[in-house]
Design a binder for this molecule. Structure first.
Ligand SMILES: *[C@@H]1O[C@H](CO)[C@@H](O)[C@H](O)[C@H]1NC(C)=O
Ligand SMILES: *[C@@H]1O[C@H](CO)[C@@H](O)[C@H](O)[C@H]1NC(C)=O
Length: 236
């Protein structure tokens, strides 16, 4: 019994990439029967090609936190709250099974009010958010399915090479220091191969991917609070 426990525990630890102190960046969803491809259509998925590390400042990993961070990168909530297209689900191997995206954000072209409507019409970058927080892998990491879309006339589908382009554009926008709503963010990135397949087999719209997942770690350097505990990091 104890040895079984040890074996599965060491299996888990080996799968827990980038172990630092007592927390982990994320746990490979495949260990718990999940996948880095979401469920977009029967037998087809879109790549979860960006992971926001669980070692990021906790304030980035909440729904409002990732929304504010996304705004710092030029994204916004969807056009007037109207959602085009069905939600996609993903199994992050955390024991929750397949779960629908928690939200979807679109590039706002510099205008948080009508900008996302512009994206809906002319196309642009967007991403879906999935949170790894089930009992088997409660890392708090966010798995993002980023892609670049055609305009509405083209049926709002993904452009050629749109998964790789969407990921790289997001990361290029994120790297370094960014600010929104009084929050100052610092972001670092590293590429990971081997989590996703390479090619177009099983990929939604038959668009090939390069198999790279970019792991980003986001640190909140400053919050809007102008109180004496401004630099108290414990609540961010
Ligand atoms: C996702 O949302 C759709 C539409 O609301 C719903 O029909 C479906 O059952 C949901 N899937 C999961 C896995 O929760
Ligand atoms: C990750 O890979 C992409 C595509 O090859 C590349 O453009 C990007 O610079 C890489 N990023 C890092 C942090 O290595």
């Amino acid at each position: 019994m104890l040895s079984i426990l040890r074996t599965s525990l060491s299996g888990l630890l080996m799968g827990a990439l980038y172990v630092r102190a007592s927390a982990v960046a994320f746990i490979d969803p495949r260990i718990g029967g999940g996948s880095l491809l979401d469920d977009a259509a029967p037998g087809l998925g879109e790549p979860l090609n960006i992971i926001v590390s669980g070692l990021s400042s906790p304030g980035v990993l909440t729904d409002s936190g990732i929304t504010n961070y996304a705004k710092a990168l030029g994204f916004s909530i969807e056009c007037l709250g109207i959602h085009l297209g069905a939600p996609q689900s993903a199994n992050l191997g955390d024991g929750n099974g397949p779960v629908n995206q928690t939200m979807e954000l679109r590039q706002d072209f510099g205008d948080a009010e009508v900008g996302t409507c512009l994206e809906t019409l002319i196309g642009g970058n967007h991403f879906r958010v999935f949170r790894q927080n089930g009992p088997l892998a409660n890392t708090g990491a966010l798995f993002l399915a980023a892609s670049r879309e055609e305009d509405l006339e083209e049926g709002h589908t993904i452009i050629p090479d749109g998964y790789n382009i969407g990921r790289d554009q997001f990361v290029a926008d994120a790297l370094g220091q960014r600010t929104f709503g009084g929050f100052v963010y610092s972001t670092t990135a590293e590429n990971i191969t081997g989590l996703l397949p390479v090619g177009s087999t099983g990929i939604n719209h038959g668009i090939a991917i390069d198999g790279i997942v970019t792991l980003i770690t986001v640190t909140i350097l400053a919050t809007p609070k102008a109180s004496p505990d401004f630099f108290d990091q414990s609540d961010i």
